[in-house]
Design a binder for this molecule. Structure first.
Ligand code: ZN
Length: 82
């Protein structure tokens, strides 16, 4: 059971300009439900770095660095986007 959640964690989102090849310890890479693109903001696609969260699900869409892996907010499915 997570016991270190604080309201502040939701205000620490970091939107890198480029897809990161490595992440700070304890952080995860997340993107929104828009069809993944290579660049931040392209066609509305956004990705960011944040603290791990129970609401995130592992995403296997193939975007991003394999070594890092990434997540998508729960309830969004990248392949549902048309
Ligand atoms: Zn993905």
């Amino acid at each position: 059971m997570p016991n270190d959640e604080t309201p502040g964690q939701f205000f620490g989102l970091d939107y890198p300009r480029k897809i990161p090849r490595a992440l700070p310890p304890g952080k995860v890479l997340v993107h929104n439900g828009v069809t993944p693109a290579r660049r931040q903001g392209e066609r509305g696609f956004r990705f960011w770095i944040q603290d791990p969260h129970d609401g995130l699900e592992t995403c296997e869409c193939g975007w991003g660095p394999e070594a890092v892996g990434h997540y998508i907010p729960g309830g969004l499915k990248w392949n549902d986007i048309t």
